[in-house]
Design a protein around this ligand. Structure first.
Ligand SMILES: Nc1ncnc2c1ncn2[C@@H]1O[C@@H]2COP(=O)(O)O[C@H]2[C@H]1O
Ligand SMILES: [Zn+2]
Length: 505
């Protein structure tokens, strides 16, 4: 509004509507902040009729991990008229945001648009996107996904903030010029999270805020990665100071830094993409993102898998943050479950990063960490073992978990509208009919864009089946490729193919 006034380009009707919206937004915010405090009886077993509300708030904020809400200041409920205004103005502002995005986004080169056509497919080539977007795969992909899931308008993410935030994010990812842990890996993981949510059907279990948290967590999950393992930070302390190990007390050293440094970016109003979230939304998003990113610490793998397995076996209710953490963790280790053309390019990058650490360890007179010795690492065998013991059990668990989550949704037609809306926008069925066509057939394709929830849900079941068979097919194929290398005697780190990653067959 101020900008419009400054350039004297004022449409008074629009200005009036915007002022009304601002007023109702402030009122809604105020009312929101004066909601009665939550119930802590479960946590501390306090009987509400004997303990005053102030004392309950104090106990909850001091002795539980729940977050303290703003205390009640007002008895008033929002007026009906102001709610109507807020809704009307909300729709109007959403339109403004959509317009802002389409005008602020310059036309993408044809190659980028072409690449993004495969966005919903498991064989999406992030390396190609990086090449055609002049090294901005993370920025390009994140904006695309935010728009695709309608999160920019839902959460009123200012386009200028988003652009600046993503520039900073990419800069941070490239700070240490790592062969593997750089912005392309972040783009890959963000894309994979989107695909996992979509292809398992878990997307339909989530609120928009949770989808936003998933994409954001994926995008930031390795921000400012130093190119070393956590153990390197912890155990080199005797010969070389690790600031991060000191700050985070040897616990999830890098992951703690990724999430903390990324949230620091949001402290600047020019990069605060969440400036229009309500306080409860912000608190929920932050808590989810922290849990998800900390869950990418590989030392949590066994515990994470065990906990989810036992939850499924005991028919317990699935905890959303735990499920989403597992999905991010799976995306983080997903390249062996992708076509060889992708897996064979990621592996040498990762190995090169490991070997660079090994070089440093040798230089410091330390023993070289496992898989970090460039002269003596059985790359092929390590990949086969990684797939058998880590990747396959994780993806198997994700498949079981998704079925447990999604099948009950199938009976529930109440949330079908969002499903069919999203599906017709993303053309999910097209992928199912092509890439995984042999597994689910054309039936899946016919479901796209239908208005009835039941028909849309049939597609989800088919897609879940195709998801499981697809990752199994890829890991099997990739293991066979590595086995062939072992047979042919090119399984070690001195194998030029695994060093350059040129094999994209
Ligand atoms: N193909 C692989 N072989 C061995 N380790 C891997 C492979 N892919 C991923 N990882 C490890 O899994 C970790 C997941 O989290 P990061 O991306 O931080 O770092 C990753 C690597 O350390
Ligand atoms: Zn990662």
């Amino acid at each position: 509004m101020v900008q419009q006034l400054e350039v004297r380009d004022v449409d008074f009707d629009e200005l009036k509507r915007n002022l009304e919206f601002t007023a109702s937004l402030l009122e809604a915010l105020y009312t929101n902040g004066t909601q009665p405090s939550f119930d802590v009886e479960d946590d501390l077993q306090i009987r509400s009729d004997v303990v005053p509300v102030e004392v309950r708030d104090w106990l909850a904020s001091t002795f539980t991990q729940r977050v303290q809400p703003i205390r009640q200041r007002l008895e008033e409920k929002p007026k009906f008229r102001s709610i109507v205004h807020a809704v009307q103005a909300g729709i109007f502002v959403e339109r403004i945001f959509r317009k802002a995005y389409s005008t602020a986004m310059p036309d993408q080169p044809a190659e980028v648009i072409n690449c993004l056509r495969d966005l919903d497919r498991g064989n999406f080539d992030v390396f190609s996107l990086d090449a055609v977007s002049s090294g901005h795969s993370l920025k390009t992909l994140f904006i695309e996904l935010i728009i695709k899931h309608h999160l920019n308008s839902r959460f009123k993410v200012p386009i200028s903030c988003l652009m600046s935030f993503l520039c900073e994010l990419e800069r941070g990812y490239n700070k240490h010029t790592n062969a593997y842990h750089n912005h392309t890996h972040a783009a890959d993981v963000t894309h994979t999270v989107h695909c996992l949510l979509l292809r398992t059907g878990v997307l339909y279990w989530l609120t928009e805020l949770e989808v936003l948290a998933c994409l954001f967590a994926a995008a930031i999950h390795d921000y400012e990665h130093t190119g070393n393992t956590n153990n390197f930070h912890i155990y080199t302390r005797w010969v070389r100071w690790s600031e991060l190990a000191m700050i985070y007390n040897d616990r999830s050293v890098q992951e703690s830094h990724h999430v903390s440094a990324a949230f620091r970016l949001l402290q600047d109003e020019n990069t605060n993409i969440f400036m229009n979230l309500t306080r409860p939304e912000w608190i929920e998003l932050r808590s989810l993102v922290i849990e998800m990113v900390l869950g990418t610490d590989m030392s949590c793998h066994v515990l994470q898998v065990k906990a989810m397995r036992s939850c499924l076996q005991q028919h317990e209710c699935i905890d959303k943050p735990k499920a989403l953490s597992l999905i991010l963790h799976a995306a983080d280790i997903s390249h062996p479950a992708k076509p060889w053309s992708l897996h064979s390019r990621w592996t040498p990058r990762l190995m090169e990063e490991f070997f660079t650490q090994g070089d440093k360890e040798a230089e410091l007179g330390l023993s070289i960490s496992p898989l970090c010795d460039r002269n003596n690492t059985p790359v092929a065998q390590s990949q086969i073992a990684f797939m058998e013991f880590i990747v396959e059990p994780t993806f198997s668990l994700i498949s079981d978990m998704s079925e447990k989550i999604v099948i009950p949704l199938i009976q529930d037609t109440t949330c079908s509208r969002y499903r069919s809306e999203f599906k017709s926008g993303t053309e999910v069925g097209t992928e199912t009919g092509t890439e995984a066509g042999t597994e689910v057939g054309t039936e899946a394709g016919t479901e796209v864009g239908t208005e009835t929830g039941q028909r849309g849900l049939q597609w989800t079941v088919a897609d879940m089946v195709s998801f499981r068979s697809m990752w199994m097919r890829h890991t099997e194929e990739n293991k066979n490729r590595w086995r062939d290398k072992v047979k042919n005697g090119v399984s070690h780190s001195d194998d030029s193919e695994t060093q350059t990653g040129q094999d994209t067959a």
